[in-house]
Design a protein around this ligand. Structure first.
Ligand code: PLP
Length: 380
């Protein structure tokens, strides 16, 4: 029996939340930080000048620790798309340049490059549309005009995790930037950017990091950053260095850290104070422990579906298995009815492309998996 790894979540009011790939629930320390932020806005005397620099600094440090990065290389964002667009819009392009993406990837990973097609940039989609992409396929797709390879670490619609270490190495060896969408992975899979050849990482804050919606962050390797021409002048960023009481200086700060690309109003108290609390909490628990817990629950799920009317469609074992498990009834036409039945029984999963997606995280337990498999068996 696996207990929840941490009880500072919920209450879920009798429901079971197995849909972290859609939204991670806010843990109690993050809820408290959000309530404090609301209280300080209701009575603004509680809002200090220092908080305008403290909140982004704390968040940046917590995120940097989580991914083994330097604070200076982390930017604060409002989504995954934000960071991907900073890179896509910030690089300079010539007609005929090429970006390699993966067929079947989540649209956020592809659309920022599609927006460059007007400039004559070609987006080349590779793979068989099932997220199973390896370093050889990526290497074979890289041509003389390829500038960027951009892909997800874990594929939202298939639950398949790619071997990002070897894919990034293949890009580096060929002088191509490797841009990673890690939104379905960071918080549930250990990561140290220092040990990978990726050049940029984009992630949202509202899934496996259990932060509020409309949050995210990015990591930019200094060599890539130096190539980006994407000015984001914002007075508060400039004042952060000088102090809020010295707002008369209207010169650009000229900083070279990733914070130059932060989303505007990076003290965003309602969102970033709770995200910082959530990320600090996950970091304190340890991502290795969280990953082991999540995988244990997935073992239990797969085992109990053995010999049932259900098939597991995502990878069953190994590094390719993620925390997104795709299931289908033997009769795929039954999936719609089964999804409705689960909803009535207050077991929350996602239905994507006609399949059932289960995504457990640290607040789930064996009991939650048993609730799901019991309901699946009744509905099968
Ligand atoms: C792989 C992936 N990337 C990004 C997102 C979300 O994108 P954004 O943070 O830009 O809204 C999702 C989920 O909704 C996703 O599954």
């Amino acid at each position: 029996m696996t207990a929840a790894l941490d009880d500072r979540f919920g209450p879920f009011d009798g429901g079971v939340w197995l849909n972290c790939a859609h939204q991670g629930p806010l843990p109690h320390p993050a809820r408290d930080a959000a309530l404090d932020a609301v209280a300080a806005k209701v009575a603004p005397a509680a809002m200090t000048d220092e908080a305008f620099t403290d909140v982004p600094a704390r968040l940046r440090a917590a995120l940097a620790r989580l991914i083994g990065a330097r604070d200076d290389d982390v930017l604060l964002a409002n989504s995954t798309s934000y960071t991907l667009n900073v890179v896509a819009q910030g690089l300079s392009w010539r007609a005929g340049d090429e970006v390699v993406c993966v067929d079947g990837d989540f649209p956020a990973t592809v659309l920022p490059w599609r927006a460059l097609e007007d400039k004559g940039v070609r987006v080349k989609l590779i793979g068989d549309g099932d997220g199973r992409i390896d370093a050889e396929t990526v290497a074979a797709a890289i041509g003389p005009r390829t500038r960027v390879v951009c892909l997800s670490w874990v594929f939202s619609f298939f639950g398949h995790a790619v071997d990002i270490a070897s894919i990034a190495r293949a890009c580096r060896e060929r002088g191509v930037w490797c841009v990673l969408n890690a939104s379905q992975a960071v918080g549930a899979r250990p990561l140290s950017v220092a040990s990978l050849d990726i050049d940029a990482l984009a992630c949202c804050g509202f899934k496996w990091l259990c932060g509020p919606y409309a949050t995210g962050f990015g990591w930019l390797r200094p060599e890539l950053r130096a190539q980006l021409d994407y000015p984001q002048p914002h007075w508060l960023r400039a004042q952060s260095a000088r102090g809020l009481d010295r707002a008369l200086d209207s010169t650009l700060p000229g900083e070279t850290t990733a914070s130059a690309f932060d989303v505007f109003c990076n003290a965003n108290f309602f969102n970033f104070a709770p995200l910082a609390a959530a990320v600090q909490m996950l970091g304190d628990i340890g991502i290795e422990r969280i990953a082991a817990h999540d995988q244990q629950l997935i073992d239990e799920l797969i085992e109990s579906l053995n010999g049932s009317e259900y098939k597991v469609l995502s990878p069953l074992s190994g590094d390719q298995r993620s925390t997104l498990v795709y299931l289908s009834h033997q009769d795929p036409d039954a999936n719609e009815r089964i999804a409705q039945g689960l909803k009535q029984r207050r077991v929350s999963i996602a239905q994507r492309e006609g399949r059932l997606r289960v995504a457990p995280h640290l607040y789930n337990s064996s009991n939650d998996i048993a609730r799901l498999t019991g309901a699946l068996s009744e509905l099968g």
